[in-house]
Design a binder for this molecule. Structure first.
Ligand SMILES: NC(=O)c1ccc[n+]([C@@H]2O[C@H](COP(=O)([O-])OP(=O)(O)OC[C@H]3O[C@@H](n4cnc5c(N)ncnc54)[C@H](O)[C@@H]3O)[C@@H](O)[C@H]2O)c1
Length: 434
């Protein structure tokens, strides 16, 4: 029997990707340029879309499906043909910020049912160090009756893609790979090298690779938390944070981070995986959790400052109207999951403030389904808002200036610019940024 790498190359063996979301679909399509691929997802609606060359996550163009050796399925039976499994299912936290391993354990059960002698299983989902070997592996072994090392091999290769970022794509970002032994590492590395032009970094162990991914996002989260804290301090001092950052940024080793709302399913979530495991091991992280607390509270802080400024501008809060520009978790994407702008809208609602929401990327149906909110159609956007909050720096908002705000607002409006993109452009109205 051919070894896994030559079996994949010759087309005798297939590679399957389990979970075709923001991470799974691009990786499946990249592999499908070189290998025979099965794309598996439990969501039949999404599978039907992908069969019609539509990316349900709206990141990829239909042309990216063309000429690829890939079949999409939601049937376990079809997975039996695969020998190299890549698992890319979500790893969220629950309402108590505790890791929800449900999808990754359920995907392990799925793979366990079709696992065969000589197969490889590589996890891509972001998890805490130890999860692949301590939580997923027992399921693979238990369900399949096979033994890791003797019968099949294990790997972990974290994903680094950044939704909406057309510059850093799968192929041009170095990919960290790891394996359960030297042979596994070598084969996992060779398989990924087929699609990663930038090359792979061979981590010494699976735990090291898991830890590397989680600290990349934890570091970002903490750096943003520091900027957010500085922004609160500078606001009290009457100093513009962006002016300070511009000045400090002239030093060669000053890191470029900016204040903002930290939403989405990576930076605001992954650190909780690390803090959960650390706490379980008897050490409660202080720095990481403080950063999380600061970032999680920024929506309430922005709401508080908007309300204070509206009161100072003699607005009657109860009848006041706010226009929220942008509702997605970050710029230029349609993803609204864990959007912190939603927390801001809800806080304003608590003060009986009317909030209209516009966003060039978000879907109103999804917004209603997820949060009970909806987008205001363009024809119903008013010309008398008391406050406009520019919440997300979508590229469509880059050129906004005083004239545009004048057309949307009532007398003496308050303009809140969370990302500081209007700096130095608004002089006529009350202007505030983080
Ligand atoms: N989105 C990102 O930018 C990004 C970047 C790096 C790493 N990650 C990590 O990658 C993983 C996947 O994230 P995502 O954003 O692609 O998620 P996603 O929500 O976009 O997609 C997940 C897909 O998995 C499917 N799925 C869920 N449970 C399943 C199961 N048991 N079996 C088969 N399919 C299942 C869903 O139907 C969905 O299509 C997470 O661990 C995430 O933290 C995400």
């Amino acid at each position: 029997m051919k070894d896994i790498y030559s079996g994949l190359l010759s087309g005798e063996k297939k590679l399957a990707v389990i979970g075709l979301g923001y991470v799974g679909l691009p990786i499946a399509l990249a592999f499908a340029e070189k290998l025979s691929v099965i794309g598996f997802d439990i969501n039949r609606e999404r599978i039907d879309m992908m069969k019609n060359n539509i990316d349900p996550s709206c990141e990829l163009d239909s042309s990216e499906f063309e000429g690829k050796d890939i079949s999409f399925t939601a049937d376990l039976e079809d997975l039996k043909e695969a020998h190299f499994f890549v698992v890319a299912v979500p790893t969220p936290v629950d309402d108590h910020k505790v890791p929800d391993l449900g999808p990754v354990l359920s995907a392990s059960t799925t793979v366990g049912k079709v696992l065969k002698q000589g197969d490889y299983v590589v996890y891509e989902s972001t998890v805490y160090p130890g999860c692949t070997e301590e939580d997923c592996l027992p399921i693979l072994e238990g369900i399949s009756g096979l033994k890791m090392g003797e019968d099949f091999k294990l790997g972990y290769s974290p994903e680094r893609i950044n939704p909406g970022d057309k510059k850093h794509t799968i192929k041009n970002i170095i990919k960290v790979v790891s394996g359960s032994d030297a042979e596994a590492l070598d084969n996992v590395a060779k398989v990924y090298e087929l699609i990663i032009d930038a090359g792979v970094h061979r981590a010494s162990t699976i735990k090291v690779a898991e830890a590397a991914k989680i600290i990349e996002n934890t570091q970002r989260d903490l750096n943003i938390a520091l900027m957010n804290e500085l922004s609160v301090i500078f606001d009290k001092m009457g100093i513009n944070t962006y002016d300070v950052l511009e000045a400090a940024g002239t030093k060669w080793n000053f890191l470029r981070f900016y204040p903002g709302l930290v939403g989405g399913h990576c930076i605001g979530v992954d650190p909780y995986y690390l803090t959960y495991k650390s706490t379980e091991l008897g050490y409660r992280p202080e720095v990481i959790l403080s950063g999380r607390r600061i970032n999680d509270n920024m929506s309430l802080y922005v709401a508080k400052r908007a309300i204070q400024l509206m009161i100072q501008a003699d607005k009657q809060l109860k009848e006041s109207r706010v226009l929220m520009m942008g509702i997605t978790f970050k710029e230029n994407v349609s993803d609204i999951r864990n959007s912190k702008v939603v927390d801001l809208v809800k806080e304003l609602h608590e003060f009986s403030i009317n909030v209209d929401i516009v966003d060039p990327y978000a879907s109103s149906e999804e917004l209603t389904h997820e949060y009970g909110l909806s987008l205001t159609p363009a024809s119903e956007v008013r010309d008398d808002y008391d406050c406009v909050i520019l919440a997300v720096n979508h590229k469509e908002y880059a050129q906004l200036g005083e004239n545009e705000f004048e057309q949307m607002t009532s007398e003496r409006p308050v303009i809140i610019d969370i990302k500081g993109i209007l700096k130095d452009r608004i002089n006529k109205f009350t202007y505030w940024s983080l």
